[in-house]
Design a protein around this ligand. Structure first.
Ligand code: AMP
Length: 206
């Protein structure tokens, strides 16, 4: 199955994508994770992407599309994928339709007023890349899964979050109309318990 998870930053796309991709047996492809890894490895793509990411802005379409095109050519993506964080603009969606059009698009809906606390309280494990909220952690510095050190993403600072939400509303939200017009959109309420959102996603894909 070829699947896209849409939704604002902090909607829980990454967390849900990890569970749903394992359930469906398709690779979880997160463009944000790919950029963060490129930055750690100091590749030309990472160096180019970093200034946009730090500012909370979208990386230019040409850079993202080239990276996704390369990733989609790999063997494991041949029989399906779960894209998390891509496409984020209509031009990216048009490019994806040419590379390998999705079967379904799940929009994980969370109101803006809930996103700020979700994002400022988010912590990521530097070792296993798991994502957690401080309200659920006994020790906010240590990963409860693998024991790795948790850190706060630079773009999860309140000033940057405002820019990211603006980019979402202006550049990514139009994709809801784009995929709805193609009859591929499924909407799920993301403002609920993790397990309930997971079940709702699977139900909508049946
Ligand atoms: P994410 O981890 O999905 O929240 O992405 C973190 C940052 O990476 C975003 O704020 C953008 O700067 C950049 N990014 C990730 N995916 C894309 C994309 N499809 N288009 C443009 N920029 C992206």
């Amino acid at each position: 199955m070829k699947l896209i998870f849409l939704g604002p930053p902090g909607a829980g796309k990454g967390t849900q994508a990890a569970g749903v991709s394992a359930h469906l047996g398709v690779p979880h492809i997160s463009t944000g994770d790919m950029f963060r890894s490129a930055i750690r490895n100091q590749t030309p793509t990472g160096l180019e992407a970093k200034r946009y990411m730090d500012a909370g802005e979208l990386v230019p379409d040409s850079v993202v599309i080239a990276m996704v095109r390369e990733r989609m050519a790999m063997d494991d993506a041949r029989n399906g994928y779960l894209l998390d964080g891509f496409p984020r603009t209509v031009d990216q969606a048009i490019a994806l339709d040419e590379i390998a059009a999705p079967d379904a698009v799940v929009d994980i809906d969370v109101p803006d007023e809930r996103l700020l606390s979700r994002l400022t309280g988010r912590r990521v494990c530097g070792k296993c890349q798991g994502t957690f909220h401080i309200s659920k952690l006994a020790d906010e510095h240590t990963c409860p899964i693998c024991g790795g050190a948790l850190y706060q993403r630079e773009d999860d600072q309140p000033e940057t979050i405002a820019t990211r939400l603006k980019a979402y509303h202006e550049q990514t939200e139009p994709l809801i109309g784009y995929y709805s017009g193609l009859g591929k959109l499924r909407r799920v309420n993301g403002d609920s318990k993790l397990e309930d959102v997971f079940k709702a996603i699977l139900a909508t894909l049946e």
